[in-house]
Design a protein around this ligand. Structure first.
Ligand SMILES: Cc1cc2nc3c(=O)[nH]c(=O)nc-3n(C[C@H](O)[C@H](O)[C@H](O)COP(=O)(O)OP(=O)(O)OC[C@H]3O[C@@H](n4cnc5c(N)ncnc54)[C@H](O)[C@@H]3O)c2cc1C
Length: 382
């Protein structure tokens, strides 16, 4: 009998947590390490909710991945007795003239078995009169898609990982002087001594979201750029369900700016955000206070698209960061100089939903010594 391989996974966000769980299930001994914990407020997986949708434009692997991920989300929420996926539906409104992205999405949705309807502006207005349909040319409605509970899901994954025999450690992996030293072991800082402790394994998976550039300055550096993203939550009128998940789907508005939102749920307000990439942001020390410009912009938009929410009070705010690659594709690959070091990240503002499908895929590639799919490889940047 051969001994179980020992694998260290660094980062317990949407990517690392699921990868650790699937590596464990494939027979590895896995240690999962996170500096601040799963879904912590600095992580890209932070906050309460994330959208799950299949509309993704042409030539991409994500519609199919979203379908597989949804299946896994449903399986796991049943297994864990939790409600992680709220199938409120996703309404994707097309307000810009060029609808190539949306048209090209339809055959891929069909192929992936994701239910959808094409709606005219009038049909949409009839179904959801609380949305002002002005400027909306047509829409895609995915009735079985919806939103995920983000932090809760990250924590549930780590809880299951530990219950199934994985080891979780809250510690920071110290930045190495040279990237190549990660292949021999990690130095862990957990506050108990300045020198820290060391942890060696057979293989290492770094799923450190927006921190990957710092850990791998030569291989990643600016290839994954963290940008500041501001999210606002507005209070809905008292007793009025029109803006909560019972009556309103998750929505996106592909117009001059790409706006999106999630209906009020479980006590939180009506979520509204602008997908436009913000300025560069330091995920460790960046100040997380929203700007007056964003508040103004989003309040104006809110009053226009959801007239009954005009002048609604701002009840909560969040500053998060996207970890963007230049082509918005994920990075999943071996380090070019180290066979036993994998880099997994680059969620680029759309990674959360894919967590379970990505974790399943990465675990297969790591455990079976396979190559990553071309679209995710680092070589595309050179
Ligand atoms: C505002 C916002 C809205 C979004 N909306 C959606 C959406 O609707 N749908 C969707 O699918 N996706 C969405 N995304 C994107 C998605 O949330 C991210 O792509 C995904 O969560 C990234 O997960 P990750 O595991 O790669 O990174 P992270 O969640 O950042 O996890 C990385 C982890 O690594 C740990 N870490 C870092 N450095 C170290 C170290 N040295 N030692 C130990 N641990 C370390 C951190 O503590 C962190 O927990 C959104 C993102 C944001 C910010």
């Amino acid at each position: 009998m051969t001994a179980k391989p020992h694998i260290d996974v660094v980062g317990a966000g949407a990517f690392g947590g699921w990868t650790a769980l699937f590596l464990l299930r494939r027979g590895a001994r896995v240690t999962l390490i996170d500096a601040w914990g799963p879904g912590n407020s600095r992580a890209s997986s932070a906050g309460e909710t994330r959208i799950l949708r299949g509309t993704y434009g042409p030539d991409q692997p994500y519609t199919k991945m979203a379908a597989r991920a949804k299946q896994l989300w449903l399986e796991h929420e049943k297994r864990w007795g939790l409600r992680l996926l709220h199938r409120a539906g996703v309404l994707w409104m097309v307000t810009k003239a060029d609808d190539h992205y949306e048209r090209a999405s339809l055959p891929l949705l069909r192929e992936a078995g994701i239910a959808y309807e094409e709606l005219s502006s009038a049909e949409m207005a009839k179904r959801w009169p609380q949305i002002n349909s002005e400027g909306v040319r047509w829409a895609i409605y995915e009735p079985d898609s919806g939103f995920l509970m983000a932090r809760e899901a990250c924590q549930a994954v780590v809880k299951a990982f530990v219950a199934e025999g994985g080891e979780y450690r809250q510690a920071a992996v110290a930045l190495a002087n040279s990237e190549s030293s990660y292949r021999n072991g990690l130095r862990l800082l957990d506050g108990s001594s300045v020198a820290g402790s060391s942890l060696a394994a057979d293989q290492y998976v770094f799923a450190c979201g927006p921190w990957l550039g710092k850990l791998f300055p030569e291989t990643i550096g600016q290839r994954i750029r963290a940008t500041r993203q501001e999210v606002l939550f507005f209070g809905t009128p008292a007793g009025d369900a029109r803006f909560s998940e019972a009556k309103l789907p998750v929505w996106a508005d592909d117009g001059a700016r790409f706006m999106y939102g999630i209906p009020a749920t479980a006590g939180s307000g009506f979520k509204l955000a602008d997908d436009t990439r913000g300025p560069e942001f330091d995920p460790t020390s960046g100040e997380r206070t929203v700007s007056a410009e964003t508040i103004k912009l989003l309040c104006e938009y809110l009053g226009f698209r959801f007239p009954a929410m005009k002048d609604a009070p701002l009840v909560e705010t969040q500053v998060c960061q996207y970890e963007n690659t230049s082509d918005n594709h994920f990075v999943v690959d071996r380090h070019p100089a180290m066979e036993n070091v994998w880099i997994v990240g680059g969620g680029s503002g759309h990674g959360f939903k894919h967590g379970p499908a990505l974790g399943e895929m990465v675990a297969e590639w790591v455990m079976e010594g396979k190559e990553a799919d071309r679209v995710f490889r680092l070589a595309r940047f050179s």
